[in-house]
Design a binder for this molecule. Structure first.
Ligand code: FE2
Length: 438
């Protein structure tokens, strides 16, 4: 007797009419027409079933704090950092924990199965660390939460930040963070990267730095991050988050930089919603887009994930834990309009960030953890186009969230009464072997 059987799913790789059998928290079979009894059956009926969404860049200590103690008037990254500095002494560990748990509820309802959250260590009380370590344990049964020790005000610039970062790692924070472009000078930024990579190497930890989140084309800390990754043998374990200065860099310099990043096995994590909102604020017109060079990084074989970064906090007033919103924005800003590129944008919020976080047992293969999302869409591109409803969210073979289909009733004489947005798409695929046309 299976715990759960999903019938007639479409998988992100395009396989159709596939059943997924789950037992004891694992996927035990993925094949058409599985004949078995199950305690629970999900009739996918051709809908997309995907591994969970993964958000590899978030700030859970700040989320849902919008308006406290005031709004960000200029809309810039720097006012956001100043505003966060005003909020930090006001909030308690209990408030942070309560907001974080509420956000985790929202995330689960939207099919997110894992989040990498930065936690600010530039606060001698480390109340954010204390709160999020408690949350990590509380949500462990339904959400994988990975924490990054993040020196928001600069590990060299802020008094005590290095000691606090070490204490946070000793308390059990998973990943070493940094913010070299916010240090006092380029040289101190470089030095912070060297120190932090050494700490990660000594402790056997991953690194994820806010790196070059700037429109300054001379902000080149990512070069040092790649160099230090190679020096310490950290290939595949280091992530450059944001990397927005790459957008503004000279093409000749980038032609050297991207191969170096590939050689170092660096991962790239742009945050499309936040980057398009915060960057280019000093421009008149034309205004630069605030996104790193996603197509070029991708073409070089670098693992690129899209992160959400912020939801209703000092930097960003919007957001709803929807990784399809994130993919939708990343697709547009990166002009990733070819069908293969649009499908890749779905990977940028699922498989790629899972690889960046080093998640084990992730995927829809036999032996993987029975974690997945049933979406009201026929394929990944449609899921992004519709920001499709999450009909079932499954964790270790159990349904942990469900929602009704997104269906409207039309009250127009002579027109269909029931409107399911997934029904309103041409079904012929232009690239298919059947030679259909759009
Ligand atoms: Fe961030």
């Amino acid at each position: 007797m299976l715990d759960l059987l999903v019938r007639r799913a479409t998988l992100p790789d395009g396989r159709r009419e596939i059943d997924i059998a789950c037992l004891d928290g694992r996927i035990v079979e993925v094949a058409p027409g599985i004949e078995a009894e199950a305690r629970e059956v999900i009739e996918a009926g051709g809908d997309l079933v995907s591994p969970p969404f993964v958000d590899a860049h978030f700030h859970m200590d700040a989320t849902l704090s919008l308006g406290r103690p005031r709004m960000n008037v200029s809309g810039t990254l720097l006012e956001g950092i100043a505003l966060w500095g005003e909020l930090k002494p006001l909030q308690t560990a209990d408030e942070i924990r309560t907001r974080a748990l509420a956000y985790c509820d929202l995330a689960v309802s939207q099919g997110i199965g894992a989040i990498r959250s930065h936690v600010d260590v530039c606060d001698d009380t480390l109340k954010g660390v204390e709160a999020l370590l408690a949350v990590r344990a509380e949500v462990a049964d339904y959400l994988d939460l990975q924490l990054v020790a993040f020196p928001q005000d600069g590990v060299l610039r802020a008094p005590g930040a290095m000691d606090n970062l070490i204490r946070a790692l000793d308390m059990g924070v998973d990943v070493v963070g940094g913010i070299p472009h916010f240090e006092r000078s380029m040289e101190e930024g470089h030095e912070s990267v060297r120190l932090l990579c050494r700490i990660a190497a000594e402790r056997g930890l991953m690194v994820d730095m806010h790196c070059d989140e700037s429109d300054d084309p001379m902000s080149r800390h990512v070069e040092v991050l790649a160099r230090e990754t190679l020096r310490h043998g950290l290939q595949g374990r280091v992530t450059g988050s944001h990397l927005t200065s790459m957008h503004s860099m000279d093409n000749y310099y980038v032609s050297k930089l991207i191969p170096l990043m590939a050689e170092a096995g660096l991962h790239a994590l742009p945050n499309p919603l936040i980057n398009i909102m915060l960057q280019g604020r000093h421009d008149t017109y034309p205004k630069r887009r605030g996104q790193t060079r996603v197509p070029e990084l991708k073409a070089a074989g670098i693992t690129v994930g899209f992160g959400q970064d912020c939801v209703m906090d000092p930097w960003y007033s919007l957001g709803r834990a929807c990784m399809l919103d994130v993919a939708h924005m990343g697709l547009h800003v990166g002009q990733l309009s070819a069908r293969a590129d649009m499908a890749w944008c779905f990977e940028a919020v699922t498989a790629n960030p899972a690889r960046i976080m080093g998640l084990e047992g992730y995927g829809l293969e036999r032996g993987c953890r029975a974690d997945f999302v049933h979406l009201q869409a026929r394929d990944p591109i449609e899921a992004i186009r519709l920001r499709a409803r999450r009909l079932h969210v499954v964790r270790e073979g159990k349904v942990i969230a469900r929602a009704g289909r997104d269906v409207a009733t039309l009250c127009l004489p002579g027109r269909p009464e029931r409107l399911d947005p997934a029904d309103y798409a041409p079904r012929a695929e232009p690239e298919s072997s059947e030679g259909g046309s759009a």
